[in-house]
Design a protein around this ligand. Structure first.
Ligand SMILES: NC(=O)c1ccc[n+]([C@@H]2O[C@H](COP(=O)([O-])OP(=O)(O)OC[C@H]3O[C@@H](n4cnc5c(N)ncnc54)[C@H](O)[C@@H]3O)[C@@H](O)[C@H]2O)c1
Length: 348
């Protein structure tokens, strides 16, 4: 089996590449390193079944790709911090990039798993969120490039399914955390863990009563693999979307306490006003649809996942401090392999 993973040098993508290699598959990772990090691949980049190609999928996919059996399209900046700085790049990868990936799936007959997001539900009025819920999304808010970009990508998937019979499935991923998250990506997990490890107060925006459901990355990856493995005849044709996330909902304030426990600290919390944004106030997936399809369930509880995550962040912070003391960055490996892209987006 050959798998193509776009965005494979990112947080979730690198764990997915690793899991695919562990299953014995050939893996081609395509990433432009916009928000990813080549060091995420350190543990397996020398595996002869792994190939890294540095390329922007919006510009077209490399011409010399082996015909894949399965494609996972994870390429897209995903942190709210990126939504302003990379808004046009996000819209591009969700539109031109999505078309290029769908064309590859059409030509090769591969199964395609598109990494969609809980953000397609916006500020949900239905709780927990089920796949049939159409969402409550602002097209003009600060997050619209991401929310609407991912919704457009879903619409492209549906058009290719209906017109070209592409076997594409939508994985609506909810908040995922774990090793290899960017330390500075601005999301609550890296923020809290780095603050707690540094003995600094944990910043709570607003009253901290907004809720999140945190899924450990190994469970998210297992969900993506299970969805890819599902029999085509069992996929819901009308709505091939499947939530992947952890159904345990906790407030941000409770989560801060869990992080402090995991880090063995009793740092204070510091409350600051909630910034003006469309950040959803409640978030919890109903994952029964994927469980019914594949038997998949989350297996990692928050305490276990946070222990693994804080251990990784502690090592990463120590490495970053050590590298800063040594001077210029020595950790970046030069492995860029850029293939000439083929562009399927003419006339879009
Ligand atoms: N992390 C989460 O909690 C979460 C939740 C919902 C959905 N998702 C989705 O999962 C996917 C992975 O998210 P992540 O958290 O690992 O983010 P990430 O930023 O760590 O990974 C995204 C990767 O895509 C690459 N990329 C971006 N634009 C590209 C382009 N045009 N061409 C090639 N590569 C490109 C980046 O360099 C990066 O390596 C994204 O599609 C995201 O929308 C993530």
């Amino acid at each position: 089996m050959t798998a193509v993973v776009t965005g494979g040098a990112g947080f979730i993508g690198s764990h997915l590449c690793e899991a695919l290699l562990e299953r014995g598959e050939e893996v081609v990772c395509i990433d432009n390193l916009l928000t990813g990090d080549i060091r995420n691949l350190d543990d397996f980049i020398d595996d002869p079944r792994f190939r890294f190609i540095e390329a922007d999928i919006g510009e077209g996919l490399p011409e010399d790709l082996p015909a894949p059996d399965v494609i996972f399209n994870l390429a897209c900046p995903a942190s709210p911090k990126d939504f302003e700085a990379l808004s046009l790049e996000i819209l591009d990868v969700c539109s031109r990039g999505m078309v290029n990936v769908l064309e590859l799936a059409r030509e090769s007959g591969a199964v395609l798993v598109q990494a969609s997001t809980s953000e397609v539900y916006g500020e949900p009025e239905v709780h927990p969120q089920i796949e049939d819920y159409w969402g409550h999304v602002s097209s003009v808010g600060e997050r619209s490039c991401y929310d609407e970009g991912k919704r457009y990508a879903e619409a492209l998937v549906m058009a290719y399914r209906r017109r070209h019979g592409v076997d594409a499935r939508l994985a609506r991923i909810f908040n995922t955390y774990g090793p290899r998250m960017r330390i500075d990506d601005g999301r609550v997990v890296p923020n809290f863990v780095c603050q707690a490890l540094g003995g600094r107060p944990l910043t709570i925006y607003g009253d901290g009563m907004q809720t999140r459901s945190f899924c450990y990355v190994a469970d998210t990856v297992a969900g993506l693999l299970a969805l890819a493995d599902a029999d085509p005849g069992d996929i819901d044709v009308a709505c091939p979307a499947y939530n992947i996330g952890n159904g345990t909902e906790i407030t941000v304030l409770e989560f801060a306490e869990c992080v402090m426990d995991a880090c063995g600290t009793s740092a204070e919390v510091q409350r600051v006003p909630l910034p003006q944004s469309d950040d959803p106030t409640r978030r919890r997936p109903d994952t029964s649809k994927l469980t019914a399809l594949t038997g998949w369930r989350c297996e990692t509880d928050l305490a276990t996942g946070l222990a693994l995550t804080t251990e990784w962040f502690a090592a990463k912070l120590a490495e970053t401090i050590g590298r800063a003391a040594q001077g210029p960055d020595r950790g970046h490996r030069d492995v860029s392999v850029v293939s000439r892209p083929r562009d399927h987006t003419h006339g879009l």
